[in-house]
Design a protein around this ligand. Structure first.
Ligand code: ADP
Ligand code: MG
Length: 408
């Protein structure tokens, strides 16, 4: 396996940009996926969040654009599909940084941007376009976006796109890009329902690449949970975590916008400043939130799951699950917001009695139970639900039991 970027046969312009970004050596997924993609193979790759998947698909696609420069102006040649607009913006930013020493043109096409603004973009020569599926499909249907020049299609966070119901649109988009020569699919997990059938249709004898985080990259996430009796108790424990010394920059996850609004008011009344991210927010407000949080003007961000998907904000010290997620894989995604690129982080869950079963399920999914902690003066009053600690025993079928009795 390659150990340095210079072994990767990348253009000097890209290598210089990598150096500017401060990446000293490729992460495991980069070391594995970049050579395969540069060989022109289809790639099906999974690696944990925060391990550098973005550059793993951007570098080989940018290299291709450099190797085969366009001869005349025209439509996009690389299309990257991603589930949310924040993620699209983030990928485009990274693409621009990596392509800073080239003439390549990078654009985004996502919801939340005016049609006028897009009209201008769509008329220009584009090399690499990062898009969310819905809005792009609108432009294709209106014959305003031309997929015929797409040579490379990248699906980022494929599992999320499927979860969000983008499967059929992504299928259609991939059909629109049928003249492409390469497809790269990246995902944090390949386990979600339907990912299998989906990848089979899209990819052509893909190189399967899986990166387990190396010791260097393995995330040092300290995970634990507190049991809470009710909302007030939850707030007390939340305040305790927020006021602890290690707590620097924190994301708090809630399950709905209503819950988010409730907590926002509560924090407001406690004079704890926070910003928030939720679905159906104006683009400028979302950008503003992310900017304030990233720059450190505010150190607490409340978020719903859809709004927070895939966003890369460096140096998050704590992820707090004020509400547990609906499924265990979302837990993994949430806590993946902290401890990015080898840094330390904490993930704290606030668990009410009715959440206990979910907490155990999360432990099984993570292949390691999440430990319970107590705060001395804030211990829960309710008893830990018993069903949750019991190990599931396989009960024999009633019929089988009877038969067994008879024969003994
Ligand atoms: P993923 O898509 O796997 O969740 P990202 O591509 O968003 O991860 O990268 C996570 C963070 O790691 C980003 O801040 C990125 O700039 C950084 N990063 C990526 N590659 C490297 C590298 N080779 N060395 C150091 N940091 C890196
Ligand atoms: Mg990513």
């Amino acid at each position: 396996m390659v150990r340095t970027f210079s072994e990767l046969d990348l253009d000097v312009d890209l290598l210089a940009a990598i150096e500017t970004k401060g990446y000293s050596r490729p992460t495991e997924i980069q070391a594995k996926a970049i050579p395969a993609a540069m060989d022109g193979l289809d790639v099906l790759a999974s690696a944990p969040t925060g391990t550098g998947k973005t550059a793993a698909f951007l570098l080989p696609t940018l290299q291709h654009l450099i190797d085969f420069p366009r001869r005349k102006p025209g439509p996009a040649r690389v299309l990257i599909l991603t589930p949310t607009r924040e993620l699209a913006i983030q990928i485009a930013d990274e693409a621009r940084e990596l392509a800073a020493n080239t003439d390549l043109k990078v654009f985004t096409i996502t919801g939340g941007i005016s049609y006028d603004e897009h009209a201008e973009i769509l008329g220009k020569t584009q090399d690499l376009v990062v898009a969310t599926p819905g809005r792009l499909m609108e432009y294709i249907n209106a014959e305003r976006f031309d997929c015929r020049a797409i040579e490379c299609l990248v699906l980022d966070e494929a599992d999320r796109m499927l979860d969000m119901g983008f499967g059929p649109i992504v299928d259609k988009l991939s059909h629109e890009c049928r003249w492409r020569r390469q497809t790269l699919l990246f995902s944090a997990t390949l386990e979600g329902k339907g990912v299998h059938g989906f990848t089979e249709d899209l990819l052509n004898e893909p190189e399967r690449i899986e990166a387990s985080p190396s010791r260097r990259e393995r995330k040092k996430i300290h995970q634990w949970y507190y049991r809470c009796d009710d909302m007030d108790h939850k707030i007390q424990l939340l305040e305790h975590v927020l006021k602890s010394d290690e707590s620097e920059r924190t994301i708090i996850f809630l399950k709905t916008r209503e819950r988010l609004a409730e907590l926002r008011e509560k924090l407001d009344s406690m004079q704890i400043p926070c910003c928030w991210l939720q679905g159906e927010m104006a683009q400028s407000a979302r950008n503003n939130t992310i900017e304030r949080f990233k720059s450190g003007k505010v150190n607490i961000m409340l978020a719903t799951d859809v709004a927070a998907r895939g966003i890369d904000i460096p140096d998050i010290s704590h992820v707090i699950n004020f509400d547990l997620p609906r499924t265990a894989d979302v837990y993994l995604h949430r806590i993946g917001r902290t401890a990015r690129a080898g840094k330390k982080g904490s993930a704290v869950s606030l668990v009410e009695a009715h959440d206990q079963a979910m907490m155990e399920r999360i432990g099984r999914y993570m292949k390691e139970p999440v430990k319970e902690r107590f705060v001395e003066e804030m211990k829960p009053k309710h008893k830990k639900p018993a069903f949750a600690v019991k190990k599931k025993k396989k009960k024999p079928m009633p019929g089988a039991a009877r038969k067994a009795k008879k024969s003994s």
